[in-house]
Design a protein around this ligand. Structure first.
Ligand code: FMN
Length: 173
């Protein structure tokens, strides 16, 4: 089969939680937020807001607020992803934008990860988002400190999560 860059990106991307102390080029960061902006959403409603954070003190603050994402403190940048909380599709739409950013970053050699849970309300307030929004995630970005993502994934067996025509029939039966 012909090479498919999108699939290769998906095959190799991994959660990156340790970053080099190296600045991210402005155009690379811009492309990451462009990817979020260009993502599709339900009825094209775009019920989201993305706050790009590059200031070191603010990144440290994010690291201190997000219990499961302390490492944002050492990232080159982070994006706070929020959605209009009265939109039923908000979580789905914003999730898709997060995936767009993670894959775009990885294709430029930049690692990232979805971090969330806990203190999201504090993040919202600290970064000036109106209370009509909920913060879904903080996504830190940076050049990976270690070589990662060579296609080794820890995943359930394919046939456990994929069926053909009807639940439980393996694709290659
Ligand atoms: C919805 C969602 C929430 C996540 N939240 C966190 C988090 O708070 N902290 C963290 O370190 N990783 C978080 N992750 C990363 C996952 O733990 C990671 O992607 C998963 O274990 C698979 O590992 P891999 O991406 O390296 O293949 C999250 C991932 C998703 C999709």
């Amino acid at each position: 089969m012909m090479a498919n860059e999108v699939f290769e990106t998906i095959r190799t991307v991994l959660a990156v939680r340790e970053y080099q102390d190296r600045e991210l080029p402005r155009d690379v960061v811009r492309r990451i937020v462009d990817a979020a902006h260009l993502t599709a959403s339900s009825a094209n409603s775009q019920p989201w807001h993305f706050v790009l954070v590059r200031d070191r003190e603010s990144l440290r603050k994010l690291g201190s607020l997000v219990r499961t994402g302390r490492y944002a403190a050492e990232a080159g940048a982070a994006v706070i992803v929020a959605y209009e909380k009265d939109r039923a599709s908000g979580v789905s739409d914003a999730s898709r934008a997060i995936q767009s950013m993670i894959l775009t970053a990885w294709a430029d050699g930049v690692g990232s990860n979805w971090t969330g849970f806990g203190a999201m309300e504090t993040v919202r307030e600290r970064f000036g988002l109106p209370d009509s929004y909920d913060v879904l995630a903080v996504v830190p970005f940076g050049y990976p400190r270690r070589k990662l993502g060579l296609g080794k994934k820890n995943r359930k067996p394919f046939d456990q999560v994929v069926s053909s025509e009807r639940f439980g029939t393996p694709l290659n039966a």
